[in-house]
Design a protein around this ligand. Sequence first.
Ligand code: PGA
Length: 254
Amino acid sequence: MKDKLIIANWKMNGGVVANSKLLIAILKLKKALINSEIVICPPHIYMHQVKEYIVGSRIKLGTQNVNANKSGAYTGEISVGMLKDFNCDYALVGHSERRTLFNETDKDLANKILLLVQGGIIPVLCIGESLAQRENGEANSTIIKQLEAVINIVGYKCFKSVVIAYEPIWAIGTGKTASIAQAQAMHKAIREYLTRLDGKLFRRTSVLYGGSVSEKNASDLIKQKDIDGFLVGGASLMADSFEAVCSCSAGIKV
Ligand code: PGA
């Protein structure tokens, strides 16, 4: 059985003091969790702080974003090489907030994935449908199109090292979660799509669920056959709720 993967996306939240308290709590928790991998994606300015806390532990460092170019005149941006300097292991790519607020295109996402894979950092490609798309019966076709758009550029072999996070946009930060059946159905569709491409190559691909994951729904969601972990926003900002989500995922009650 592969480890459950729990990724904390702090978004543009946190501060030196609050981060310290949260990190101390997560470090204590991680000792109890043997069959799960925890990744923390802080704002870039706090990567150094997080790295100092997690050094020597089994907690991994992730980034919320990376630039699609190797280096150069891109004011305010950071590169894969810089992330490598921090031993960053994971990078979110194509979060719906970046797609909509920062107009990231499939080409941008594909370039990021190529550079990340070359640099040995695991890309976490976020996909998900809007409420209108779901209501029009287009949820399935939307996420498959999002996958195809990137795979057509990077090639499916490069995609082998990518983690996928299914995040219905209408569930992000809204407190509305996909029902257990809806989430499992979408994860199954992703898995079937990958299997059609190459069953062997994608046998171990992790498909995470994200969108208002909390202590209330984590234990039911994680029991689903095709859900391998979570991308957690709001609930990752407080020690109690993040501990509860991680513990449910690892099958431990705290
Ligand atoms: P949420 O965010 O858990 O607050 O809904 C998830 C995400 O945006 O990754």
